[in-house]
Design a protein around this ligand. Structure first.
Ligand code: ATP
Ligand code: MG
Length: 420
């Protein structure tokens, strides 16, 4: 893509009213634009990152047998009244039509997915099943000041599983937990599986996946010697206590952002909708269900909170909006264009900066936007048929022969596509 054609421009200053690093940098670099508190447009660069994250999530959900669907965001009030959530869920957005009918905007979709899937489940032989979707969620959050970390409209992956019995659910629950850890690892984040209360549906502990960051809104305690981690809200322990699990380590306090969670819905929704199936002894049974949320747009914000410096964003390879930022500061524009075409031909995605502006402006923009590799085409290196290659997360500059460049960067592009 030609940078001169991008309709967005970088901003020198963060807009007033954005307090968090993720919102400041993403806005300055032209990835997102705020419409109102907690509601953002995703611009060409931002949408590419969001789709990269989404694709990693999709691959891992497909791999464990999830079937992708897309459910409506506009819901009739009746289904929310049936489960008690119309009264109980404080973040539910409610609307009235001009004929006086009540509707809700989806903040989660148990009320839609339970009747949908159970329509096809006749006997225990039709189970287990897992369906998921990736799309917008709406929540009437009181405070929405953390940029992409807390939206009133945000992008979420939500999966729902249906099981014959508790044991089958328990097995799948663990499979999803492992898939989540893999997703975060592929993205380049370390997430701690944190014990939290079961959310009222079951006695079982649920897991929240927490990434340590000062911008996060959760307080956790984690062991410095093993993987034990717990949300402070429910914890019996306090900072500096001995770890209850390994007994060797000490508990550290930290702030974190919840990027996903998995939990046990028990039989609540099947019972609320009176939708069951024929069990092994022909008796009517209700499904044991699980739900598994993952904050795709929040993850984008968390990545920026974790990976940036004073000059801008530093995208991890797996989600970088392009493989390469090709910066031309040569008078020989034809040579630079040839490199652009050769890289694109080799399947490497490129943002090509051939704008008529100073090298200083181009380098500052490249650092702000944060694409994983920067290639500079200058008169000096062209004399040796070479270019400069630098990674955004390092100061080391390599001189690479032009004829070797596509092969060198294809390896990176392949690595990124196959990183699993
Ligand atoms: P939180 O405690 O942060 O409000 P939650 O427990 O309400 O999260 P869930 O209902 O389980 O979250 O939603 C699943 C995932 O969606 C969360 O783990 C989080 O990553 C993301 N998420 C939840 N609320 C928001 C929001 N307002 N903006 C962006 N992402 C969100
Ligand atoms: Mg919430």
């Amino acid at each position: 893509m030609l940078q001169s054609q991008l309709f967005t421009k970088t901003l020198r200053q963060a807009p007033s009213g954005e307090e968090t690093v993720n919102a400041q940098l993403l806005t300055r670099a032209g990835f997102v634009k705020k419409l109102m508190a907690g509601v953002y447009s995703y611009l060409p660069l931002g949408l590419r990152v969001l789709k990269n994250i989404e694709q990693i999530v999709r691959e891992e959900m497909d791999r464990i047998g999830g079937q992708e669907i897309l459910m409506p965001a506009l819901h009739p009030a009746e289904i929310w009244k049936k489960t008690g959530a119309w009264e109980k869920v404080d973040v539910l957005f409610k609307l009235k039509s001009r004929t006086g009918k009540d509707y809700a905007l989806g903040q989660s979709e148990e009320e839609v997915v339970t009747p949908l899937v159970m329509q096809y489940i006749e006997t225990h032989k039709d189970l287990p099943k897992a369906v998921y979707q990736i799309g917008w969620k709406y929540r009437d959050e009181l405070r929405s000041k953390s940029g992409l970390l807390r939206g009133r409209e945000f992008y979420m992956k939500d999966m729902y599983s249906f099981h014959e019995n508790q044991a089958d659910f328990d097995n799948f629950y663990d499979v999803v937990k492992q898939a989540y850890l893999k997703i975060f690892k592929r993205i380049g984040l370390v997430a701690k599986a944190t014990e939290a209360s079961g959310g009222g549906f079951s006695e079982k502990i649920s897991y929240e996946f927490m990434v340590l960051t000062d911008a996060g809104e959760d307080n956790i305690l984690y062991c410095d010697a093993c993987e034990f981690c717990v949300n402070v809200d429910i914890a019996k322990q306090k900072a500096n206590d001995n770890c209850p699990k390994c007994r060797n380590g000490k508990l550290n306090a930290a702030t974190a952002s919840e990027v996903g969670n998995v939990f046990d819905l028990a039989q609540k929704y099947g019972k609320d909708f009176e939708l069951g199936f024929k069990g092994r002894g022909d008796e009517k049974q209700y499904p044991v269900m699980g739900c598994y949320g993952l904050g795709v747009s929040r993850l984008m914000g968390v990545i920026v909170e974790k990976f940036h410096d004073e000059r801008g964003i530093i995208w991890p390879q797996a989600v970088s909006p392009f493989d390469v930022h090709l910066v031309s500061i040569t008078k020989d524009s034809k040579k630079a264009e040839n490199i652009y075409n050769a890289l694109q031909g080799a399947g490497v995605s490129v943002l090509f900066d051939q704008r008529d502006t100073t090298p200083g402006v181009k380098f500052a923009d490249a650092d702000l936007i944060g694409i994983v590799h920067r290639v500079v085409v200058s008169d000096k290196t062209l004399e040796k048929e070479s270019v400069e290659l630098k990674k955004r997360n390092s100061d080391k500059i390599e001189i690479i022969e032009i004829k070797e460049l596509p092969e060198r960067l294809t390896r990176h592009a392949d690595f990124r596509r196959n990183l699993q």
